[in-house]
Design a protein around this ligand. Sequence first.
Ligand SMILES: Cc1cc2nc3c(=O)[nH]c(=O)nc-3n(C[C@H](O)[C@H](O)[C@H](O)COP(=O)(O)OP(=O)(O)OC[C@H]3O[C@@H](n4cnc5c(N)ncnc54)[C@H](O)[C@@H]3O)c2cc1C
Length: 381
Amino acid sequence: MNASNPPFTEEHEELRESVRGFLDRELAPHAQEWEQERWFPDEVFAKLATQGLLGLKYPVQYGGQGGDYLHEAVFVEELARIGSGGTAAGIGAHVNIATPPIWKFGSEDQKQRYLAPAIRGEKIGALGITEPGAGSDVAALRTKAEQVDGGWVVNGEKTYITNGVRAHFIVTAVKTTAEGGHHGISFLIIDRGEGVSSSKLEKLGWHASDTATIAFEDVFVPAENLLGGLHEGFALIMANFQWERLAMALGAVGAMQLAFERTAAFARERQAFDRPLSGHQAIRHKLVDLATSAHACRCVTYDALRRFVAGEEPLREVTMAKLLTQRAAFELMDDCLQIHGGAGYMREYWVERAARDARLGPIGGGSDEIMREILGRVLGL
Ligand SMILES: Cc1cc2nc3c(=O)[nH]c(=O)nc-3n(C[C@H](O)[C@H](O)[C@H](O)COP(=O)(O)OP(=O)(O)OC[C@H]3O[C@@H](n4cnc5c(N)ncnc54)[C@H](O)[C@@H]3O)c2cc1C
């Protein structure tokens, strides 16, 4: 199923093989340990950087590999093979949501100060949009930035921010007019420092990642850290949504494939009633359904990806891919857990973690309901 699939070329498949080998060797063996510690080490970023994996799509002049979204897509899909949703999420937040706005909207100075060190794995980034009172309804955000001599003073609170404890800089959405809303939001790159405090949140899954609330109390941000145009933050939020959602779909596809492979191997091995589990028709059929679901999700996602890299702006296909894959991945994990029986409920087995990790998909990056709202509009309903 992983044979050279359009839109990927042989070159992309070679990259896939080397990324997979690296992740299998260096990160996957630690999945369980990091889960228990509720943290993966910051050095993971430096390790990935030595392989060029934090800058696949970024220009060489900032230390990137000069590749494109397809190279990044290979990496994002393979990240699932670490078998730790939290670790993949922390890395993914850095490469898929925190740094792209700097690449697309940043000044040369901002690229030198934030993008280049982020690609080198020296600075870790987070994207801070969600607030206690503003999630799906982004325009309702209240964190405000008041203009002062030489910059801004920021007050407010963000929540559910991935890399929210460890991030050296937070690409933060703030209100720059009294009303806020679609025409009153801007972005500031905020360095961790005086007035910035984080508290880590306990959650159902993604235990290895530091999802946090971040409070800003009279934080001074220099004028040169305004990212993109003043009051034009909403456009910046919208600009990366398609890639973020595609990345989530790719992550789900990678996780589904891995879970299928591991569960099929388990079912061939585990004996019940004098034969392997896979010798029972009900289990064999279930496994066939799981393989079919993983394949269908892959096809829909790759179709959206192909259109995205061709410059089609495929809102419909990307939204459908996000909607289909996130729920399907969670359902597949639940079925894999069931096939493992009591072992599936035990912490020592990977599948318990995979099921918890997959529950985030239908909520994060735009919930299933929001995807349906978008599709309702696109379909003229
Ligand atoms: C682990 C984790 C990591 C995250 N990482 C980040 C991050 O790095 N940066 C960041 O900025 N945010 C992050 N988020 C936030 C995430 O994007 C939001 O949780 C998500 O957008 C939903 O917002 P909300 O939680 O406020 O839910 P709400 O918007 O309050 O929605 C609650 C429920 O109502 C539904 N709903 C809302 N509006 C409608 C509607 N119009 N019609 C029908 N149903 C509706 C939603 O689908 C949902 O089911 C993260 C969240 C989690 C859980």
